[in-house]
Design a protein around this ligand. Structure first.
Ligand code: ADP
Ligand code: MG
Length: 189
């Protein structure tokens, strides 16, 4: 409830036979939550519909079941929330909301470019959580394109440096599960 997950999907609901670019053992290993225990980050990269958010949510549910705290947000909501706090001088208190949880999930980095202040807030959260709390990120952009997302290659490098130091990246390739379901229903003939 407090985690604000966008939907409820478990690991058992994930069809690993459909998404063959994912090694199931690797995901099962992540589900032991050692990475949370060790304050490491996890990044799911891949095109839309391949299961990035599903897997992030499924791991979050495992974590919640084991009494870890989780907070789910999007870059858009995060930045809006922090910008508002910045304007009302409550930024210190507000930052705590993003620093405190054992896992912070930031879903769908890269759908739109961040403005300077937004990128700055994002970078601050990554710095403050560094070696203190796990971050799960999903993105449709490869790391090479992150300079564009943050509008500044130097800032992007600094963010990636901290983010990736203790991290695993899961690269998902393949077809969108949503499209597969549509095909089954006969939307594409
Ligand atoms: P994205 O990679 O864009 O975040 P999602 O994880 O939200 O995609 O997946 C889109 C939809 O398809 C969700 O409803 C998700 O549960 C479902 N889905 C994606 N991949 C699988 C899969 N391999 N098995 C079962 N459901 C899947
Ligand atoms: Mg998604």
């Amino acid at each position: 409830r407090l985690a604000r997950l966008p939907y409820h999907k478990t690991l058992d609901e994930f069809d690993f036979t459909f998404q063959t670019s994912i090694d199931e053992r690797r995901i099962r290993d992540l589900a032991t939550l050692q990475f949370v225990e060790h304050q490491e980050n996890l990044i799911f990269l891949g095109p839309p519909g391949v299961g990035k958010t599903h897997l992030a949510v499924a791991l979050a549910l495992e974590a919640i079941a084991r009494r870890y705290t989780v907070y789910f947000t999007t870059p858009h909501d995060l930045v809006q929330d922090l910008q508002e706090a910045h304007q009302t001088n409550t930024i210190k208190r507000k930052m705590r909301k993003y620093i405190k949880p054992n896992i912070l999930i930031i879903d769908e980095i890269g759908y739109r470019k961040m403005e300077d202040t937004a990128a700055h807030f994002f970078s601050q959260i990554v710095s403050e959580r560094y070696e203190k709390g796990a971050i799960i990120l999903t993105s449709n952009k490869s790391y090479g394109a992150w300079g564009d997302i943050f509008g500044d290659p130097v800032l992007a490098t600094a963010i990636l440096d901290r983010l990736l130091h203790h991290s695993s990246t899961i690269n998902i390739k393949g077809e969108s599960y949503r499209i597969k379901e549509k095909k089954k229903a006969g939307f594409f003939k």
